[in-house]
Write a protein that binds this ligand. Sequence first.
Ligand code: KG4
Ligand code: ZN
Length: 343
Amino acid sequence: MRILGIETSCDETSAAVVEDGRHILSNVVASQINIHRRYGGVFPEVASRQHILSIIPVIEKALEDAQVDWGDLGGVAVTHGPGLAGSLLVGVNVAKAIAWAKGLPLIGVNHIEAHIYANWLVAEPPKEFPLLCLVVSGGHTSLFLMRDHGDYEELGHTLDDAAGEAFDKVARLLGLDFPGGPAIEREAKHGNPEAFKFPRAWLKGTYNFSFSGLKTAVLREIQRYGDGISLKPGVKLPPGVPVADLAASFQEAVVDVLVEKTRQAAINYQVKEVLLAGGVAANSLLREKMKSAVLVPVRWPPPELCTDNAAMVAAAGYFNLIKGLRSGWDLDVVPNLKLGTRR
Ligand code: KG4
Ligand code: ZN
């Protein structure tokens, strides 16, 4: 069965056609990165207006690339949360219009679940449950125990910044490009990860995370080189700041905590595999360290499926639909939508 997936939760306008939740026939992503770069982050109102401009051409291209017609589709899956309300509204309304006009089932998809299902868009997807899913993106950092398709228990989550958000904010502090994750990873390659001993928030006895103290610790280090440095965009870095060493030491601190919490949960819940998901799963230090620390197989999606895309939405939509889950015409956007039960 072919599902049309639509994703507009943040700053990528994306549409994809995926067969049986596994095989990507097309995956078109129109990124707004160049528009938001000047603000040093995503500007919500600009993002939703950009979605309005791009959504129809992106869907047309997805059908054309997949060489399918409307009649070849078995459903329309769309992200309805979590995300930016104005951005989500664009995708949900377009999906409703298409599903209604073509008589197709409409499936509202949780964006976090979609990130997890990016791990099914490969030749050999996970077969046995339970799985442990570390979702690390610009908006979320959570550990989920996945007992079956659609069955999630959130073991822990961030109490403040998401991991990707911390990468983006620290990159801004260091005068690096947006989005910050790839920029920090590039810079860290020339730096010494031991140069600075940044704090790790272990939050013992829980699977929760906290990254805001780490961000402040980086700020304090930079402030030693000059006054008036803040998190505001466009602030000039004083001379002499060891950018590469700070980037490497910061990245090491974030990865250490993500790996250790995941390692402990993998043992405690005796999972069959660990799945990484979300934009930060593209980070190679995280992948390497996780692989050597965790005793079970660790998998992650290819880089283009780690960041926001509609193929993962179509995949999640398919697995929901075959379980009989579909949405009504009153499907609403839920900007703070949660996934599964919480500890
Ligand atoms: O999953 P995503 O595309 O959007 C959300 O749902 O939030 O994740 C985007 C986030 C950004 O914060 C970006 O800096 C981060 O993922 N990211 C990375 C890397 N590539 C993207 N963080 C660390 N290392 C990377 N290579
Ligand atoms: Zn995302």
